[in-house]
Ligand binder design. Structure first.
Ligand SMILES: *Cc1c(COP(=O)(O)O)cnc(C)c1O
Length: 392
C-alpha cells in the first residue's frame, strides 16, 4: 500500500486524513490514484499454496485489501497495527464473532442491542445451549458481575436504539482481567467517535452499511482485531461460511469512507442542534441524545467519545383524547416529507422509524420511541419538517 517514502506513515496521521489517504495504490508514474475493482474468482497458482498467497477468491481477495487496510488503520490509530476483515454484512461479522462462543458457553450481551444480533443470540441459546446474560451495558457493576465464567462480552455503545453509554475502559478492562473476550459494535460511534481497541477490546465490529459506506447504497460488515490468531479464526469462519463481500460493494465502501470525517462531523452537529431544540418542543415528551447535558450517558460520552453520534431517540407527547401512543408516533413518521421513513441509519439522508414496529425489538424499548438517524442536510430544513410532523 501507500507507505512509500514520499508518503508519511498512515498511522501517524489524523483520522480525517487517514480516511482520505489510506488504501491507495503505490505511487508510481502514471499509476492509479484509486483502488481498482479487480474481478476474479480465482488466481493463477501452482503447487502448494503458502499463506498470504491469493488462490481462490472466497478465501482471500485483493478487492478487499484497500478497505480492510483503511479501516484497520482507523481503528488501531497510532497504536499496534491490526487486521481488518470485511464481511458480506454486519450480521455476517456478528455471526463470525458469535462463533467464538462454544456450545454450552456463556455470552454476556446488552439488553438493548442491534435486534438481529439478539435474535441470533437467542437461536444459539436454543440450539447450542449457550447461556445468555443480559445486562444494562451502562450499569458497570452489573456488567462486571456477569463476566464470571463467560466466554464473550458483546458491547454496544451507544446502544441501538436506547443510546445507553457503557464505561468502555472499565468494562473492557474488567473483561480482559477476567480472561473474557470482548467485542465492541462500533457502528454508531465510528472509529472517528471512539476506538474501542484502545480501551482494551479484542475485536471491533462494524455494520459498514451505515456510516462507513454512508450513502444507503450497500450492505457490508467488518471486524478489526490486533490478535493474529483471532484474525485467522475469524477469516476461516468467513471462508467456510462463504460470508464474503463482492468487489464492487467494497469499492463503494472505500469510496464512501473518503468523506466519513466530513459527513460524520456534519451529522453529529445537526443531531446535537436538533436534540437541543427537541427538548423544548411542545409535542415532545422525551429526547435521548448523549450531547444533552441531562442525558444519562452525557458525562461518559464526553469523557470517552469524540462527539456524541448522530442518532436521536424521541417520544412524542401524548395528546388528550388521541389515546394510542403507537398511532401518535406512527403519525409523525407518516407526516414527514423530507426525512425518509425507513429503517437503517448512518446515510447522508436523514431517516426515522418507530423501532417497536419490529416484532424482534426488545420489549423494554418504549412502543412510541422514534429513532432518528440524522444526515447531512441543512439543519433548518430538517427542523422545519420534523417540527411540522410533530405538530400534525
Ligand atoms: C445495522 C446494524 C448491524 C447489522 O449490520 P448489517 O450490515 O445490516 O448486517 C449491526 N449492528 C448495528 C449497531 C447496526 O446498526
Amino acid at each position: 500500500m501507500s507507505n512509500t517514502p514520499e508518503h508519511p506513515e498512515l498511522s501517524a496521521l489524523a483520522p480525517a486524513t487517514v480516511v482520505v489517504a489510506a488504501g491507495r495504490p503505490d505511487r508510481e508514474q502514471g499509476g492509479h490514484v484509486n483502488a481498482s475493482i479487480p474481478m476474479n474468482s480465482t488466481y493463477v497458482s501452482r503447487g502448494v499454496i503458502t499463506s498470504g498467497e491469493l488462490s481462490y477468491a472466497r478465501g482471500d481477495n485483493d478487492a478487499w485489501h484497500p478497505f480492510e487496510e483503511a479501516l484497520a488503520t482507523l481503528e488501531c490509530g497510532g497504536g499496534e497495527p491490526g487486521a481488518g476483515i470485511v464481511f458480506s454484512s454486519g450480521m455476517a461479522a456478528i455471526a463470525a464473532v458469535f462463533s467464538l462462543v462454544p456450545d454450552g458457553g456463556t455470552l454476556v450481551l446488552p439488553r438493548h442491542a442491534y435486534q438481529a444480533g439478539m435474535v441470533l443470540a437467542r437461536q444459539m441459546s436454543e440450539r447450542h445451549g449457550v447461556t445468555l446474560r443480559y445486562v444494562d451495558i451502562a450499569d458497570t457493576d452489573a456488567v462486571l458481575a456477569a463476566l464470571d465464567g463467560a466466554d464473550l462480552l458483546l458491547v454496544e455503545s451507544p446502544t441501538n436504539p436506547m443510546l445507553e453509554v457503557a464505561d468502555l475502559p472499565a468494562v473492557l478492562g474488567a473483561a480482559r482481567d477476567a480472561g473474557v473476550r470482548s467485542v465492541v459494535d462500533n457502528t454508531f460511534a465510528t472509529p472517528l467517535g471512539q476506538r474501542p481497541l484502545e480501551y482494551g477490546a479484542d475485536i471491533v465490529l462494524h455494520s459498514v452499511t451505515k456510516y462507513l459506506a454512508g450513502h444507503s447504497d450497500v450492505v457490508l460488515g467488518a471486524l478489526v482485531t490486533r490478535d493474529a490468531e483471532l484474525a485467522a479464526t475469524l477469516r476461516e469462519h468467513r471462508t467456510l461460511h462463504g460470508a464474503i463481500a463482492g468487489p464492487f460493494e467494497v469499492w463503494l465502501a472505500l469510496r464512501g469512507l473518503r468523506t466519513l470525517a466530513l459527513r460524520f462531523d456534519r451529522a453529529q452537529a445537526n443531531a446535537a442542534e436538533l436534540a437541543r431544540r427537541l427538548v423544548d418542543h411542545p409535542e415532545v415528551a422525551e429526547v435521548r441524545h448523549p450531547s444533552l447535558p441531562g442525558d444519562p450517558g452525557h458525562a461518559r460520552a464526553k469523557a470517552q467519545m469524540n462527539g456524541f453520534g448522530a442518532i436521536i431517540g424521541v417520544r412524542p407527547k401524548a395528546r388528550a383524547g388521541s389515546g394510542d401512543q403507537v398511532r401518535r408516533a406512527d403519525a409523525v413518521v407518516d407526516a414527514v416529507r423530507l426525512w425518509l421513513p425507513a429503517t437503517s441509519l448512518g446515510g447522508v439522508d436523514s431517516t426515522l422509524e418507530r423501532r417497536r414496529r419490529w416484532g424482534t425489538e426488545a420489549t423494554t424499548v418504549p412502543e412510541d420511541l422514534l429513532r432518528l438517524s440524522v444526515g447531512i442536510e441543512d439543519v433548518e430544513d430538517l427542523w422545519a419538517d420534523l417540527d411540522l410532523a410533530l405538530r400534525a
